[in-house]
Design a protein around this ligand. Structure first.
Ligand code: ADP
Ligand code: MG
Length: 324
């Protein structure tokens, strides 16, 4: 029995839950699935490479969680319902304990959102990587794009941008810290190692948001992409940014603001809402299970203008942080 067979069957296939929409899953040359009637198919792929997209010291469970979570976050940002995932794994060696933990993280999240693993590929590779493709659906025409924000729309974010990058900075700032001392359940670490895709929020925004994007590279950069796609700009207030108690306890205000605007790895949603639909957000936090904060307004003039107490605030220029 080959190692590849063992990995596919004993570690992955064994844990996949059945679903009526999967006519053929793992085991044939390709998967065969059925989309609900009157729906559009939504597909996203994101690859995570060790040392670049996750710390080589990251717990395996976190890597399994994150490679799926970052993809589900893309579906959330399209207001889609997730259905199926495919997993391409590149492994430098066969470490069964690592793979079991990876699969624990992957399936804990997959099962929570009824996502079925329908296939993938398993290869030997110099660098460890996990490339996931997710597919989901939206009722025909109900997708929320990046490109339809208009001047006058209000801008919102879910959760607390900055927390994940704060967790990453704490983790990378202590390279000597033994893994046992890095408690992944402390809030900032948890936001970094186990981000929760905002699927309920995305779906709840279907007939409310005019445009939406998920935050992977930082609020400033990703909101900039939404506005550029919409041919608009924005006026924003840093005093409105929802900084968590945890980030304020670990960092001073300038550092916390920089992490919230430029840190990345948030996997929160940023979206715009036309003024006549704002009242539809009443009770949203309870329904969607996450806090919501209004941070500014879309304007005609391109570019993002951040203000702090009425004065112009210059966003620190910090690029994407590679791990090593
Ligand atoms: P093929 O040669 O047809 O590509 P493989 O031996 O690569 O077949 O894979 C056998 C089956 O296992 C296929 O259904 C494939 O989709 C699935 N598979 C391979 N690797 C994974 C994985 N890491 N997770 C889930 N399914 C996998
Ligand atoms: Mg193959």
């Amino acid at each position: 029995v080959s190692i590849e067979f063992t990995i596919i069957n004993e570690i992955f296939r064994r844990r996949v839950r059945a679903g009526d929409d999967v006519l053929l899953g793992i085991g044939d040359d390709a998967a065969l699935t059925r989309l609900p009637d009157d729906s559009d198919l939504v597909t996203a792929t994101d690859a995570l490479v060790a040392g670049t997209h996750f710390l080589t010291t990251a717990p395996a469970r976190s890597v399994g969680h994150r490679c799926l979570a970052v993809n589900l976050s893309d579906l959330a940002a399209m207001a889609a319902e997730p259905l199926w995932a495919s997993l391409a794994l590149g492994l430098p060696d066969f470490d069964r304990a690592w793979l079991e933990d990876f699969a624990d993280g992957f399936f804990a999240l997959a099962d929570r959102y009824a996502v079925r693993l329908i296939g993938g590929d398993t290869v030997r590779s110099g660098s460890l990587f996990a490339a996931v493709t997710v597919q989901g659906c939206v009722p025909r025409g109900a997708v929320v794009r990046r490109s339809a924000a208009s001047a006058g729309d209000l801008i919102y974010v879910t959760g607390c941008p900055g927390d994940a990058a704060a967790g990453r900075r704490l983790a990378t700032g202590n390279p000597q810290l033994p893994e046992s001392r890095v408690n992944p359940m402390e809030p900032l670490y948890r936001q970094f190692y186990f981000p929760e895709p905002r699927l309920a929020a995305g779906k709840a925004l279907r007939s409310i948001a005019s445009a939406m994007i998920d935050l992977s590279d930082g609020l400033h950069a990703d909101l900039g992409r939404l506005l550029e796609a919409s041919g608009a700009g924005a006026s924003l207030d840093v005093a409105r940014l929802p900084l968590s108690i945890d980030i304020r306890a670990a960092f001073d205000l300038p550092a916390a603001l920089e992490l919230a605007l430029c840190g990345g790895d948030d996997y929160e949603l940023c979206f715009t809402v036309p003024p006549d639909k704002i009242s539809l957000l009443d009770g949203f936090a309870e329904r969607a299970g996450c806090p919501l904060t209004m941070i500014g307004e879309v304007c005609k003039e391109s570019g993002l203008r951040w203000n702090q107490s009425g004065l112009n605030y210059t966003v620190p220029s910090s690029g994407f942080e590679h791990f090593e």
